[in-house]
Design a protein around this ligand. Structure first.
Ligand SMILES: [Mg+2]
Length: 195
């Protein structure tokens, strides 16, 4: 019964905002191998090699963040969850500072406590559950009172590893990672249904 759970963590890009990252184009621009997650590719480089690429990545991501658009029903769904007394957080593989830019650009500001928005510099990136564990311990709630909502495999893997229920969001309703999810939704307002 997900709707009884009192702590909800959302992925940001592609979940609360409309997916806008062309990861293949970003890998090309940074000269990184295709078919491999960007942060993990950068982590294998020496600090000297990685530093300029991290800087360039941040510039690319900032341009995308400034144009962020909300997913349909994002604001009404988050507001309704808050009215129910649900605690809301965000865990993104993006930078925390850019998450705030995206939220503001997408009209989703003011729905999250700043302290409950974590990015890749606050915890090991998803699929590591570290960021989720940080939020759960800050909120003093167990994983079985919490939900992780995201549009990518890493979101669901991180949620499961933290002992949380997982919701696979996919506006195309294809749900490629359904085996990692307790629930699949193609619209965010479906999160308000008793299920
Ligand atoms: Mg995402």
């Amino acid at each position: 019964m997900l709707h009884r759970r009192r702590s909800w963590v959302f992925d940001l890009d592609g979940t609360l905002t409309v997916a806008a990252h062309d990861f293949d184009a970003i890998r090309d621009e940074l000269g990184l191998p295709s078919g491999e997650p960007i942060l993990e590719s950068l982590a294998r480089l020496s600090p000297t090699e990685a530093a300029p690429l991290h800087a360039r990545l941040t510039v690319i991501e900032a341009e995308i963040a400034e144009r962020a658009r909300p997913q349909p029903h994002a604001r009404e769904t988050l507001s309704a969850l808050r009215e129910r007394g649900v605690r809301l957080g965000i865990l993104t593989r993006n930078k925390r500072s850019l998450a705030f830019i995206s939220l503001r650009a997408a009209g989703l500001g003011g729905l999250f406590d700043d302290a409950d928005v974590l990015g890749r510099d606050e915890a090991a990136p998803k699929p590591s559950p570290e960021g989720l564990q940080l939020l759960l311990s800050r909120w003093a709630v167990p994983g079985d009172d919490a939900v992780m909502v995201g549009d990518y495999l890493f979101d669901l893997q991180a949620g499961r590893a933290a002992g949380m229920a997982t919701v696979h969001f996919d506006p195309s309703a294809a749900f490629p990672w359904r085996d990692h999810a307790d629930r699949c939704v193609s619209r965010l307002d479906q999160l308000l249904d008793p299920a």
